[in-house]
Write a protein that binds this ligand. Structure first.
Ligand SMILES: [Mg+2]
Length: 488
């Protein structure tokens, strides 16, 4: 078990109370002639009761009824009519966790009185801490209730798993910094997307906790993203440490690109780092080839020590020199398997990280692409420098209609598109080293990627040593226009 503590929401997670809660609210509002719908309540569930009464009143234009009276009415209705039952597997789950000395907490917006009414003393005693709606001034979606539980349990957010069933609770858990699993017991999965993982039932929760990811060899996405960020910092430090010596060229027939002592230093530091982290992966780098880190690899980690034609050696500290990392969740990946991507530009220290399904971030802030939709003199299109004569003649078609540049690092070009610095990039011979990361950065920022015939890269096999023809753009409109000029 990698979590020291598990924090459970109550309604809709521990106890199947949502229907009764809804009926109690429905009756309370009916008193004032308002007929509420199930979704009105389910979507707000977890909110402090007074706030919830206020929000629904506002929705139905119910004025002059103090929210507190609605809450009292609801609580009375509930007491008069409830049929308490646990979700399946919950009693076993709780007692087994207790036996394993995992710290447990209940964190609910419900009042303490309701818990005492519905739960036995023995069951409540399983929990080291019980935080109710009476305990914090701010309720979910603010992180306060979860933070209070963590403080009382004396655990760090990163050591906690939160189990929730509703959007506001998930937001609260994520704001508190915990890992959050949502169970789709009361709401469709589409409402629960903020959670780190969504499960369909309590049986799945039981399996996840006791037979979960730890054993199938996969890491949590968050830890992999942290590993990627740390690796980029290590690459940066390696380059700083080696200083001017890093610029000395190492001539090697087996390497197609210019190789420097800086490249070599970064490569060996990264290999050491990934081995230390015991990521079950195959490492691919230009300098060191393919290295298996553990016996049963699950991931492919591709990295380029320094990207930039002129590398550290010739670049003489001028922009851009990037280190690039892509983590795929398959050892024989297609592009769609790219899970984490990271690029660091060593002069500015700017760091781009993309996580599949979560977005692209520049220095921790979510990026946006430029939204340019047409080619004109204000559209900045990057080109690669491996163009051959036939692709150069095609590129001539875009010179008169756009602003064309080459910064000498495709990693920088691709990362720049993901953060709105550039509008497009075209290459006939794009090395896979940077393209894996570039693919995810651009995808996650909402941009466009296809080959020169317009076929998306999604399903293409990722081969570290291959080159690809790509058209990349901030928007699909711009991508289509580039395709119409260059494609076919
Ligand atoms: Mg709930």
């Amino acid at each position: 078990m990698k979590f020291k503590a598990i924090l459970f929401d109550f309604d809709g997670v521990i106890a199947d109370t949502m229907e009764d809660n809804f009926l109690a609210w429905k009756k309370a509002f009916q008193n004032y002639g308002v007929k509420i719908k199930k979704e009105d309540y389910f979507i707000l569930e977890g909110m402090k009761l007074v706030k919830l009464a206020e929000t629904i009143s506002e929705k139905y234009g119910l004025r002059n009824v103090p929210p507190l009276s609605l809450v009292h009415l609801k609580n009375t209705n509930y007491k008069e009519n409830y049929s308490f039952k646990f979700y399946p597997k919950i009693p076993e789950l709780i007692s087994e966790l207790k036996n394993k000395n995992i710290k447990l907490s209940l964190v609910t917006a419900s009042p303490r009185e309701k818990l005492n009414l519905t739960l036995s003393k023995e069951f409540l005693e399983n929990f080291n801490e019980v935080i109710t709606g009476d305990d914090t001034a701010n309720g979910k979606p603010e992180p306060d209730p979860y933070l209070m539980a963590m403080k009382k349990l004396e655990v760090k957010p990163s050591e906690c798993l939160v189990v929730e069933n509703a959007p506001l609770g998930i937001t609260a858990a994520k704001k508190a910094g915990a890992y959050c699993i949502a169970i789709a017991t009361t709401l469709d999965k589409k409402y629960l997307y903020e959670a780190d993982k969504i499960l369909g039932s309590h049986e799945e929760l039981y399996e996840e906790i006791f037979e979960g990811k730890e054993d199938n060899g996969f890491f949590e996405v968050e830890s992999l993203a942290e590993i990627c960020k740390e690796a980029l910092q290590i690459a940066h430090k390696a380059l700083e440490d080696i200083g001017n010596e890093g610029r000395i060229e190492v001539f090697d027939e087996s390497v197609t690109d210019i190789s420097t002592k800086g490249d070599r230093r970064i490569s060996s530091e990264l290999i050491k780092f990934f081995k230390k982290k015991e990521v079950p992966a195959i490492l691919c780098s230009e300098e060191s080839g393919r290295i298996k880190i553990t016996e049963n690899p699950k991931y492919l980690i591709a990295f380029d020590d320094i990207d930039g034609t002129d590398n550290y050696y010739r670049g003489n500290n001028l922009l851009p020199h990037c280190s690039v990392i892509t983590i795929f969740d398959s050892t024989e990946p297609i592009f769609k398997n790219a899970l984490i991507a990271g690029v660091i530009e060593h002069v500015s220290k700017k760091t781009w990280v993309a996580i599949r399904g979560r977005g692209c971030f520049l220095n921790g802030v979510k990026t946006n692409h430029s939204e340019k939709k047409v080619l004109n003199r204000r559209t900045l299109i990057l080109i690669d420098h491996y163009a051959n004569s036939s692709s150069i003649s095609q590129l001539n078609l875009i010179y008169p209609v756009s602003w064309v540049k080459d910064f000498g690092s495709s990693a920088f070009h691709l990362a720049g598109i993901s953060s709105g610095l550039f509008d497009g990039y075209v290459s006939r011979y794009q090395k896979a080293h940077e393209l894996g990361a570039g693919y995810l950065l651009v995808k996650e920022s909402g941009g466009f990627l296809a080959d020169w015939t317009g076929v998306s890269l999604d399903m293409k096999k990722y081969d570290f040593n291959a080159v690809y023809d790509v058209i990349v753009a901030s928007t699909s409109e711009l991508g289509e226009e580039l395709l119409s000029k260059l494609g076919g």
